[in-house]
Design a protein. Structure first.
Length: 673
């Protein structure tokens, strides 16, 4: 990304060299910066909601290239025969005043801006649903505020005498703006009852998200936007090279932004949490204002302003409240979820909550979404992710678990006598100890099992770089609508997983039917079968209705010997396995395998034309994010069952067991399993 971004950064200093460093000229610098940012708003929404959703990254890239070529051609035509203003008045260049205070202030402004964007994107993402569209909305609102603020600051440059005072005042007003956003996000937005609109369609839902983001984050972004033209005016001297002045301010602001983003995300949030981080951001804004104003404290007005700003900032810091635990636990459904939060923790990548539902069941929630519970139907699904490949593989020895969650899926492998090594890849370090604190009974305390090794890494990175191969890879990642998770559902990733399976190895994957529409599930199944043509899907139902599924893949055709599996379950060394299955209502091989819902050959007609999720576009996250509020779980399950063949072709064994399986899989009885 560095080559194109270097050129993007060079564009503004190059443009402003055509405008003299006069008061009116400096004002135009700000308008150009604001215009550039306004274009970024359009690009953010156009790409996020149209190009990437309807087409793909290739099309979006070609459109960006076409826009840049058009701008280049127009620039050449405009610039022909003209010399930059700074070259026309080169002999008039004067020594500028000391700019150290201005550089420090604009750098701190950039640090607080990007630091706040990291914090607020994380909090709003939990509250609104962490889809690619929500991130586009948040970024668009942030950029809109910068553009409007820059326009306002540029207008002020022409009308005020001392731009340094205005720059300092903008930073002190920024303290109020940050305090406003901290209040709105923690104390107001979570209690807006937007739940009835979740099923009204994506456009209405995202418009509501846009309104909430404007209410929350527009005020401080206006002052960040105004800071740039005011800083340029405070640093500029008549007759000076415009490009050099703007380039210096732009560089200081950008370097501060880089530092703010990195320190906030990697140090502050995991170290002190979002509440304390917002207090630090308030302090940074206050310091930025003081740096540029302290030399003018001889003026009684400035001295009074500085004297008032300190207690106001302290009061706002005291008033910053933590995000409600209900947001971390239930996200956009906080107002309709009947439960209580027992514990919360904020990590470097995710925020985690342990909650208890109204029926007394315990849940582990990540970034505003329930990931695992002790509900019987959830326990069945979590153990199916482990037990389906566990009982079908004749001699599993090494296992890789993708995502810790509640630890239940990984914990199933502790029941198998031949398993010697359980590796669990988890991106968020706070999840395993938090989950184990409440789910140790259900997950057989897998975290402290001597066979278990936890690898804290991105699962995709680990799979692509580890030289190890495994007998079983069991994946229980975040839901696919979560921004970035689609990388764990691409054909290329599935192919990499297949390469890391030992001969006869098996791969299982959790896939929800709830909060999913037809295009999403068809894309998920079609992509999985593209990598695992001998794959199969297995259903978990709730009250007889479709709810979620397990995908099962292997390199060779799957054949299930019912008698052999049952004999293994009846062995004394497999007693812990049989006990674990009985705890979820599975008392025989027939019970387990009656959840079979189809394979590639059976579902081929239904999947025809379904988009394949590739690394180069990850369209699945756009498709899934669009259908996040769908309530089609049982409808989708019934559509899948229409294509399933009975008797299922993959099962062999005695006539009695095959007959028992056949009757267990009949549509009128399948829902009870």
């Amino acid at each position: 990304m560095l080559p194109p971004t270097i050129l993007m950064g060079a564009s503004l200093p190059a443009i402003v060299r055509w405008i003299e460093a006069t008061r009116e000229g400096v004002s135009w610098w700000g308008f150009l910066y604001g215009g550039n940012t306004a274009g970024a708003v359009f690009g953010c929404l156009f790409a996020g909601f149209y190009l990437l959703r309807i087409y793909n990254t290739i099309t979006a890239t070609y459109v960006a290239v076409a826009i840049n070529l058009s701008v280049a051609l127009l620039s050449v035509l405009v610039a022909r025969g003209k010399a930059p203003a700074s070259e026309q008045i080169q002999s008039q260049t004067q020594e500028s005043r000391s700019r150290t205070a201005v550089y420090l202030t604009i750098a701190l402004s950039g640090a607080s801006a990007l630091g706040a964007e990291v914090v607020w994107t994380r909090l709003l993402g939990m509250m609104l649903g962490a889809t690619v569209y929500v991130f586009s909305v948040i970024l668009a609102v942030f950029l809109t505020g910068l553009a409007l603020g820059s326009a306002g600051g540029s207008w002020l440059v022409r009308r005020i005498r001392d731009t340094r005072v205005a720059l300092g005042l903008s930073q002190l007003l920024l303290v109020l703006g940050i305090g406003w956003t901290a209040y709105i996000i923690a104390d107001s937005l979570p209690y807006w009852n937007a739940s009835p609109l979740l099923t009204a369609g994506p456009w209405l839902s995202f418009r509501l998200d846009l309104i909430r983001c404007f209410c929350a984050i527009l005020p401080p972004t206006l002052f960040w936007g105004a800071s740039f033209p005011l800083a340029c005016a405070a640093a500029a001297a008549p007759g000076e090279d415009s490009g050099r002045v703007v380039g210096g301010i732009y560089a200081a602001n950008t370097l501060g932004a880089i530092a703010g983003a990195l320190v906030t995300s990697l140090v502050l949030i995991p170290g002190i949490g979002t509440q304390q981080t917002e207090r630090v951001l308030l302090a940074i804004a206050l310091i930025g204002g003081w740096i540029v104003l302290i030399r003018m404290a001889r003026s009684w007005r400035v001295a009074a302003l500085l004297a008032v700003s300190l207690p106001v900032a302290v009061g706002l810091m005291w008033r910053v409240h933590p995000i409600p635990g209900g947001v971390i636990a239930y996200g956009r459904r906080m107002n309709i979820w009947n439960g209580k939060v027992l514990y919360t923790a904020e990590g470097i990548n995710s925020s985690v909550a342990i909650s208890q539902s109204s029926d007394g069941e315990t849940e582990v929630d990540v970034n505003g979404h329930v990931e695992a519970t002790t509900e019987p139907y959830d326990m069945k699904l979590q153990r199916m992710v482990g037990h389906l490949p566990g009982v079908l593989h004749p001699h599993p020895r090494s296992v890789l678990g993708i995502g810790f969650g509640a630890g239940v899926s990984a914990g199933t492998f502790t029941r198998y006598p031949g398993v010697e090594k359980i590796t669990v890849c988890e991106i968020e370090p706070v999840i395993p100890p938090t989950s184990t604190r409440y789910f140790a009974t259900q997950d057989y305390d897998v975290l402290h099992n001597p066979r278990t090794r936890i690898v804290y890494d991105d699962a995709r990175h680990y799979v692509l770089t580890t030289p190890e191969k495994f007998d079983i890879i069991a994946s229980d990642p975040l839901d696919v609508f979560v921004k970035g998770t689609a990388a764990l559902y691409s054909q290329e990733y599935f192919e990499a997983v297949k390469r890391h399976l030992n001969p006869g190895g098996m791969f299982s994957l959790y896939v929800p039917l709830y909060e999913t529409d037809e295009l999403t599930i068809r894309s998920e199944i079609a992509t999985f079968f593209a990598a695992f043509p001998y794959g199969s899907i297995w259903a978990n139902t709730v009250g007889g209705e479709g709810y979620d599924m397990v995908f099962l893949g292997q390199a060779e055709p799957l054949q299930v010997d019912l008698d052999e599996v049952q004999q293994r379950l009846d062995r004394s060394d497999y007693a812990p396995v049989a006990q674990s299955l009985s705890e979820i209502g599975v008392r025989s091989a027939v019970d387990l395998f009656s959840t079979y819902s189809g394979g590639n050959l059976e579902l081929g007609p239904w999947l025809q034309g379904a988009p394949i999720n590739h690394d180069r576009d990850l369209r699945l996250q756009y498709i899934a994010g669009w259908g996040i509020n769908s309530a089609m779980a049982d409808s989708l399950y019934r559509q899948i069952l229409r294509y399933r063949r009975l008797p299922a072709p993959i099962f062999v064994g005695s006539a009695d067991r095959r007959r028992a399986l056949y009757y267990a899989m009949l549509p009128e009885t399948a829902g009870a399993n």
